[in-house]
Design a protein. Sequence first.
Length: 447
Amino acid sequence: MTNRREFIKKAAASGIGLSIGGLSFGATSAKSYANIVGANEKINMAVMGTNGRGAGMAKQFAKQKNVDVIIVCDVEEKALAKGVKNVEEAGGHPKTEKDIRKVLENKDVDGLLITAPDHWHAPATIMACQAGKHVYCEKPCSHNPHEGELSIKAARKYNRIVQVGAQRRSWPVLMEGIQKLHEGIIGRVYMAKSWYTNNRGSIGFGKQISVPTTLDFDLWQGPAPRKAYKSNLIHYNWHWFWHWGTGEALNNGTHEIDVIRWGLGVDYPTYVSSEGGRYRFMDDWETPDTQLINIKFGNNCLVTWEGRSCNSANSEGRDRGVIFYGENGMMDTGGNSYRIFDQKNKLVEEKTSKDIIDGRDPSSPSANLDAVHIADFLDAIRNGSKPHGDIEELHKSTLLVQLGNIAWRTGHRLNIDPSNGHIINDPEAEHLWSRTYEPGWELSKYL
């Protein structure tokens, strides 16, 4: 076991090529990846958070021939059982644990899959890096901008691979489309718009009640300052409370905004503004259910994101998507395709895949979409290469929608330093750049 772990650690640190064999994974399927020479060295994974998305992702990892999911970690008994069941269905035999700190003490664990609530994403990433584990973290990579910066610092300080769940970065059809965009197929791109729609119901008004006996609420809150348990918080509704969640903008908008930033080849904006509110229902939901975020890069490029959490009418014929507008036409990117039109709106090129992607499925929009991104993560561990969803790239994308939320919460446009993405001369907004932590859970102790 020690020799196996040393082998993986040395390969990642030295960049030894063990599984590439001269192939570009962008054109390689997850199935063929598993058969590449050298890809059979086992990687032991633990998974944190298995109520919904986590249970599905645990199964996806367990399906990989070169992976053992050896620990399932969750603070709630039913969620823990879901994770175990899914891993066992894929042929695994995991142990269980509810405290992530004990998981990270286990020397047999090589990597950690983080699918816990948003307020845990960066703290667990930083703790895992400090413990010598590689990380696959679901989006968003952080609860606030400062945590994103700390996650980059931890990944680099401890020389760990940190892949963020921006699966579209590994999707061959989209990779091809973005490459064409970079090659100038529609000329200079000066605008990009994106959107996400759903039909979420009201969460009502929660009551302060006793914590269920099946839940360790103290561990669930972890690094977040303590608040009383309410009946409408767990499992999913925490997304709509600022204390733990980040709203629809980061819950889903992160995906589209990342595709836009990738396509445009930009880093940090100059201005960010946002309008919207909680319009559909009167309840405890704090974040906007209807939101427009406008992001300006310099003087020649505008990016927009539209979120409608409670009205599922499609835009441009789809529930979610991204469109790039350029001097010579436009590119429309769906979940599994791209289409290119000239200035007269004539279709000049189209590429699709057979995979169906359900943009409103919170558990697994597409199993194959997840599989290729997981394979890229495993490849990065073995070769010491940078993964497609590297933490530094995804922090920049996540920051754009975080700034949108900060602009909405303060009620005014933000001036941004385009050299580093920081807010300029705005104490009210800068106060939301970071957060306070429960005593004993401060992130500085891991860095």
